[in-house]
Design a protein around this ligand. Structure first.
Ligand code: PDD
Length: 278
């Protein structure tokens, strides 16, 4: 496929980055994952704003027309339903040194992959997940979408090794989010989710869920969620740009609610479909 690297749209085989790039050496970089449906970016401005937040937080300069880059990349790859991966590293100083000193020229890379239109899928196409709860060993700036993802990939692999599909992080007895998704639960018709803080990524899909709940009179609260509250929920969901909103029906071997897609999830899923068409 065609990828974007530092100002050029080129075949992926031709895209080369220095071994001294700080993204490679230190994970000194941030990223975004932006869904495009029928060639159009979904909640694009929100993603661009979050990228700006990440860049500002780590002092990497932000001087690009991100929409132009992503729109063109998607068009060159045939439009359609694609997710764009966009990564910005601090760049390379031609040697390894922890301190970055003078401002470097950021390395900018973007590529896309096919995705399903998660909001247009039928309810029956959504496969509920099982999850484990693991210790949140990440740093305290999870609001920055950094490519330092070792804790995330290790817990996801642990989940897979234990025969389930997702891992939920718990810090100081409170659930934060999933390995690459935000966390929701439903109890007696009310939606609960951890409040936005530097302990979680401010998910674009999370924001949309709360917006739709507001618009349609579904009650929600942003609260601390401990393990007992999680397991006692009627429904548990996770959300992300690439996967939409998916029910979790078993956690640490214990069934959640009826052990199936719940009615509030069903309602939210329907609202999403309506939103996408609107
Ligand atoms: N991840 N929390 C974490 C830790 C994430 O990595 C993600 C997204 C989310 C959900 O955010 P959003 O709704 O904006 O996609 C929450 C992307 C999809 C990824 O790493 O591939």
């Amino acid at each position: 496929s065609t990828v974007y690297l530092n100002g050029q749209f080129i075949p992926e085989e031709e895209a080369k980055v220095s071994v001294f790039d700080r993204g490679f050496l230190f994970g000194d970089s941030v990223y975004e994952v932006v869904p495009y449906y029928q060639g159009v970016g979904f909640r694009l401005q929100e993603h661009i704003d979050r990228l700006a937040h990440s860049l500002r937080a780590v002092s990497i300069k932000n001087a690009q027309d991100w929409q132009a880059i992503m729109d063109k990349l998607v068009a060159l790859n045939g439009g359609g339903n694609l997710s764009v991966y966009l990564q910005v590293t601090r760049g390379s100083a031609g040697k390894r040194s922890h301190a970055y000193g003078d401002e470097l020229e950021p390395t900018i890379f973007a590529c896309c992959t096919d995705i399903k239109d998660v909001w247009q899928a039928g309810v029956d196409e959504v496969v509920p997940l099982k999850a484990i709860v693991t210790e949140d060993l990440r740093w305290h700036r999870c609001d920055i979408k950094s490519t330092c993802l070792l804790p995330n990939i290790l817990v996801l692999q642990q989940a897979k090794d234990e025969g389930v599909q997702e891992a939920l992080f718990s810090r100081d007895g409170k659930l934060t989010e999933g390995s690459a998704c935000n966390l929701f639960l439903v109890k007696r018709g009310v939606i609960y989710t951890p409040k936005r803080s530097s302990e979680i990524l401010g998910g674009i899909t999370r924001e949309l869920i709360l917006e739709l709940a507001d618009q349609h009179g579904i009650q929600y609260q942003e609260i601390d969620i401990d393990y007992e509250r999680l397991l006692a929920a009627d429904e548990v969901w996770v959300s992300s740009s690439t996967r939409g909103v998916i029910p979790i029906v078993e956690i640490d071997g214990q069934q959640i609610g009826e052990g199936n897609k719940g009615p509030v999830w069903m309602r939210m899923f329907t609202l999403f479909s309506g939103f996408q068409r609107a």
